[in-house]
Design a binder for this molecule. Sequence first.
Ligand code: ADP
Ligand code: MG
Length: 353
Amino acid sequence: MKPIAIYHEHPDWFRPLFAELDRRKLPYVRLDASAHSYDPAETEVPWSVVVNRASPSAYLRGHAQSTFHTLNYFRHLERIGVPVINGSKPYETEISKAWQLDILRSLGLPYPKTIVVNSTERVLEAASALRYPVLVKANIGGSGAGIVKYDDEAALRAALDAGRVALGIVSVALVQEAAPLRDGHITRIELLGGKFLYAIDVFPAEGSFDLCPADICQTTRGESLARAACAIDAPKNGMTVQGATPPAHIIAGAERIAQAIGLDIGGIEYLVDDRDGQHYYYDVNALSNFVADAPRVIGFDPWQPFVDFIEARAGLRPSPKPSGSGASRSGTRPGREPASSGAYAAALARGEG
Ligand SMILES: Nc1ncnc2c1ncn2[C@@H]1O[C@H](COP(=O)(O)OP(=O)(O)O)[C@@H](O)[C@H]1O
Ligand SMILES: [Mg+2]
């Protein structure tokens, strides 16, 4: 049996994944996305599936070299027919917030009004087309990195004059309307195989844009959460979380996004603008960091269906069919029988899993 390859850069986030692979006694290797090489001429690899867990915020940990290398590597794996999870298409979406908005637009889905800029010279003009407050968001972000809010034109002008407006590692950023959050939270919908897995409402800490679900240390009821994915010494933050049940049409929109980009596993975030009561999608994450202490928050362990999914793509079991948290909760969902494992793998590779 060929081992499963987990390609990742963050040292801590995938501890629960490795724990589940260990528990199932599945053979796997870890591929370090920050120090990696491959031969474009190779025609096969010794792994049954390569799972992309690279993070757009790698540059914050001194690993900017992983960002575009990962894109090339997964294009290469796809070209030679290696089964992958979260291949080049969802990954290229992950590393461009600008492209995410084009995808939303093409699907007719709502997003906050935005202008994309590649120079600080264009920021003021961009903001003048929007309502303040505005956010300047680095195109390659992650965990709130590179997001700054400006309440009015004077504040933005002062920051520009002082050379304090940064557009991120590739000097491309979104200038985006900042919406007042209805009920003080955003909602993150987690999807697996293009289908709803669970959703959480996250209440950000005052003035913070870091909403990494695995970093959340408290429920809205004040219970402490065990943060298995995080470094033991990760500082506690003011974020709180609760399980959520978004309206069906908002879930349907998130599923359309996931299916359009071939997102096998990921989280799509939306907010409800308190000014008009409308929902707006604003972030498509291919790197899903499940919520800390999931059984306590959402009533089941999402690493179970995720590892079922990995096993299926590796050809070790029939397709898992996540059809909502109810099905996932049982942990024993009936899989769809593949016509043949080859046809099945091909269907999965085309994102029809
Ligand atoms: N347009 C917006 N209006 C209000 N808050 C926003 C908006 N966009 C982002 N935020 C807040 O900032 C957080 C991080 O933004 P996001 O685009 O998700 O970047 P990241 O990729 O770093 O997660 C969001 O979860 C939300 O709390
Ligand atoms: Mg986000």
